[in-house]
Design a binder for this molecule. Structure first.
Ligand code: AKG
Ligand code: FE2
Length: 275
């Protein structure tokens, strides 16, 4: 069979010629969709250890492996043969140990007891994950976010930014880049003003994307109400008063805001009156 010489890329260039490294990775990814990475920084001892764990596991006596055998694809850590042994017409000659590692605390209790060296797989997976994120950042920087989608919780935010793009605002379900204007403040309405104005003003979702050429610094000043402040739609600001949001104490909102934003649900939803 003819040999395919997929490009071999030296990751060491990250510290010496990053632009050249990005060029090589992008070209290889376009032309072959594959490349080999050397000098990637994952220590040799971790590479040898994980390889040995694999070999030692499959050399264990069957009775040690039997408890991990499962045809249930939902089981996190499992041993299985071929792809779908029960249903498939043709079996492939392959045994697989599926061994999820991230987040560690969710999976480590399901890892095999033997071989004991399995525990060392954790450090390998941390390093490989770091390397994958770094590669993604080089290949497609806007896939890595500096700050994920959110709206500010406070009243109003004044943001001073350099002439470096990164801030994006969600408008009509489209992400729009904010063009930096020298010495201008980017002023952003927070959730509290949306609520106090009974929805007349909007606290827009925004995010920050990274780029691989220059770093970006922004100075963000948040104007918060005091933590015990009672917030509600303001009668004086709203004509035809028909409040859309329930009243609350600011610090209570802040704690639900944190969990809701992490879970990517709108922090305003739980305070809306059901209509
Ligand atoms: O860095 C930026 O431009 C925005 C930061 C931001 O949105 C925030 O800190 O809430
Ligand atoms: Fe923000």
């Amino acid at each position: 069979m003819e040999k395919l010489n997929i490009p071999v890329i030296d990751f060491h260039q990250l510290g010496t010629d990053k632009a050249q490294l990005i060029k090589q990775i992008t070209e290889a990814a376009k032309e072959f969709g594959f490349f080999q990475l050397i000098n990637h920084g994952v220590p040799d001892n971790l590479l040898h250890n994980v390889m040995n764990v694999g070999k030692e596991f499959f050399e264990l006596p069957s009775e040690d492996k039997a408890s991990l055998y499962s045809e249930d694809a939902r089981q996190s850590c499992r041993l299985y043969t071929s792809i779908d042994y029960v249903r498939e017409q043709v079996h492939y000659w392959r045994d697989t140990l599926r061994h999820p590692c991230h987040p560690l605390e969710e999976h480590i209790d399901f890892w095999p007891q033997k071989p004991a060296s399995c525990r060392g797989v954790g450090s390998y997976s941390v390093e490989v994950r770091k390397l994958s994120l770094c590669l993604l950042d080089l290949i497609y920087p806007s896939l890595t976010l500096g700050l994920p989608k959110h709206s500010d919780v406070n009243l109003i935010t004044l943001l001073l930014q350099e002439q470096v793009h990164g801030l994006q605002v969600l408008k009509d379900e489209q992400w729009l880049a904010v063009e930096p204007v020298p010495n201008a403040f980017v002023v952003n309405i927070g959730h509290m003003l949306q609520i106090m104005s009974n929805g007349k003003l909007s606290s827009a979702d925004h995010r920050v994307v990274t780029n691989n050429k220059v770093s970006r610094t922004a100075v963000t000043s948040f104007k918060h109400p005091s933590s015990t402040y009672h917030i509600e739609p303001a009668k004086a600001l709203v004509m035809d008063f028909n409040p859309l949001y329930q009243a609350f104490i600011y610090k209570d909102f802040v704690s639900t805001y944190k969990t809701d934003t992490e879970e990517r649900v709108s922090p305003l939803e739980r305070y809306k009156f059901q209509t």
